[in-house]
Design a protein around this ligand. Structure first.
Ligand SMILES: NC(=O)c1ccc[n+]([C@@H]2O[C@H](COP(=O)([O-])OP(=O)(O)OC[C@H]3O[C@@H](n4cnc5c(N)ncnc54)[C@H](OP(=O)(O)O)[C@@H]3O)[C@@H](O)[C@H]2O)c1
Length: 348
């Protein structure tokens, strides 16, 4: 199973499907084939591994399939893995976590009905950790939301004339591009588009476009200009045309956009945090002072210190002169989103 996770990690983080790995073992426990999911629309891990035993005299007959997630049981862009394993004649299937998808779950039961020995729950805690963003989005029906901002040490996200680009140095900005490339969608408010006209592409340190480009999503009621740079984004553009964050996030999830990276500005970031929709924070701190009233966050509806949103610091890293702090909300400090269930750890 541990080897299965290593294989799974070779598949893309982004996209609607989870990263899954599969190992086929013979009855001495020797690995005879390995596979992993290479991304939406391609063979699932089990089918990838099965394709590699096609030239064995018995194919996969009698083998044990070790899979990092319960084999799926539905026809999406590919057929059900439960059926592929049954037809290949495997003797035993070992998996970690049950598939939480309403349509895709149930593979283990189908395999048992077909006479295959099935063992679930192996390294389940590791699987929860490995897939926590994907699992959270499937279980809650909304994407995993990371809120990012860059501010000075005194918490300012822009100067008094509204300029904010290049608060941080090149190493920090390069990390932002990597974080974009590991996301399915980037959220910005209309205010940032009108003030900065950002391109929001994910670029390498030579300025080249990275392979995966998350789709930009502009949140707010105002229309953005016809010549906005975002209209030329290689992944296209979603204009929400509204401020309704809960409906927007469930629609993005429905489209298979499971990881959302919020790039501000302060009004949008604050609205997301106030609504209890922020699952993680990426905070870039530059050793500079700006003073003034352009704070990284605005009103959060917190009347008194006892109700401060407490975070847990997960890591602190120096990038050039800047600091990157990764943090997550403490579960006890997350409000229940209106019209929905909470929270960071629920069901993950
Ligand atoms: N340092 C950083 O990390 C960073 C990042 C981004 C931006 N900035 C700076 O931030 C400034 C722009 O700030 P901003 O606060 O105006 O930008 P913003 O948060 O991107 O946009 C604010 C607008 O978003 C819309 N909106 C969408 N959902 C909303 C909701 N749930 N509640 C309220 N409004 C919602 C509203 O416009 P509608 O009227 O259209 O609905 C609102 O006026 C610029 O100076 C920019 O340079 C800094």
């Amino acid at each position: 199973m541990a080897r299965g996770f290593e294989l799974a990690a070779q598949g893309p983080v982004t996209g609607g499907n989870p990263q899954v790995g599969c190992v086929l073992l013979d009855d001495t426990g020797r690995i005879v084939a390995e596979g992993w999911h290479h991304g939406a629309g391609t063979a699932h891990a089990e089918v990838d591994a099965l394709s590699k035993v096609a030239d064995r005299p018995d194919g996969a007959r009698g083998l044990t399939a070790v899979v990092t997630l319960e084999p799926c049981n539905h026809v999406g862009r590919t057929g059900p893995c439960s059926v592929a394993l049954l037809e290949a004649g495997v003797a035993r299937v070992v998996y970690s976590l049950s598939d939480p998808g309403a349509a895709s779950g149930g593979g283990a039961a189908r395999l048992r009905e077909g006479g295959v020995e099935v063992i679930g729950g192996v390294l389940a805690d590791e699987a929860e950790l490995f897939l926590h963003e994907w699992l959270a989005s499937v279980r809650r029906g909304r994407p995993w939301v990371t809120v990012k901002w860059a501010s000075t040490l005194d918490g300012r996200a822009a100067a008094s004339d509204g300029t904010s680009q290049w608060i941080t140095g090149t190493a920090a900005r390069q990390r932002v591009h990597e974080q974009r490339a590991a996301s399915d969608a980037i959220l910005v408010g209309t205010g940032t588009v009108l003030a900065d006209n950002p391109s929001l592409t994910a670029r390498g340190d030579g300025g080249e476009l990275l392979e995966h480009q998350p789709i930009p999503v502009v949140v707010g009621e105002r229309e953005i200009p016809a010549d906005a740079a975002l209209r030329r984004h290689p992944a296209g553009l979603i204009e929400a045309g509204s401020r309704d964050l809960a409906s927007l996030l469930s629609e993005l999830n429905r489209r298979g956009l499971r990881r959302v990276y919020v790039e501000g500005g302060p009004t949008l970031a604050s609205a997301i945090i106030a609504a209890g929709l922020a699952d993680a924070f990426s905070i870039y701190l530059a050793p500079a002072l700006l003073g003034g009233d352009k704070l990284a966050l605005g009103e959060l509806g917190i009347p008194t210190i006892a109700q401060a949103r407490r975070l847990r610091i997960d890591s602190i890293e120096q990038l050039g002169d800047d600091l990157l702090i990764l943090a997550t909300p403490r579960a006890s400090s997350v409000p229940v989103p209106s019209g929905g269930r909470h929270s960071l750890t629920e069901g993950i």
